[in-house]
Design a protein around this ligand. Sequence first.
Ligand SMILES: Cc1cc2nc3c(=O)[nH]c(=O)nc-3n(C[C@H](O)[C@H](O)[C@H](O)COP(=O)(O)O)c2cc1C
Length: 194
Amino acid sequence: MSSDDPIARFLDARSRAVAAGARLDGAAAVLATATPDGAPSVRWVLVKEAGEEGFFVYTSYESRKAAELEANPRAALAMHWPEIGEQFRVEGPVRRAPAAVSDAYFASRPRESQLGAWASPQSQPIASRAVLLERVRELEARFRDGPVPRPPSWGGYVVSPLRIEHWIEGAGRLHDRAVFERDAGGWKMHRLAP
Ligand SMILES: Cc1cc2nc3c(=O)[nH]c(=O)nc-3n(C[C@H](O)[C@H](O)[C@H](O)COP(=O)(O)O)c2cc1C
């Protein structure tokens, strides 16, 4: 697709990747964050929703990535779908998702994932896996058959894209790189050499 709207390009590519067999609904992405003095770190996450409002990622607000995002609210995401030979890179400021959005996504998750979010102090040291499994058993007893509410320490972040690159694999290393940058007038596109 050669749309001049990078969000439309992203959504189109993701659905083609899923149709071509991409796992995890084509949602796997690498999320880069950095400390205020510029030390970077990356990890895989799932980009659940993507649209005009931004790219939504859900995690623990007590995790390492959250600590870095709270102190330095900027991030970069990269997604690669080998099934279709395309990559997207997204960069921009980050904010927490509205509580209602995090609530709705949490409510849609399988019960064991909901309990896992309560049980896991993400990115903190734990004594053993047994400690974690014991916490899950305690939580099962606590919530019984009732609904599991969203833990206050868990929710979404939204990356608002200011720059999106769409990379399309080409023959002989002549890949196509379309870079979109957003200003007050909307998205402007230019090409980069591969
Ligand atoms: C394919 C894949 C998807 C993942 N998705 C998420 C996710 O959506 N949210 C999350 O918190 N961790 C996710 N993880 C785990 C993270 O990679 C990471 O281990 C965890 O978030 C802790 O990272 P941190 O210590 O840098 O905060 C995923 C891992 C993989 C391999």
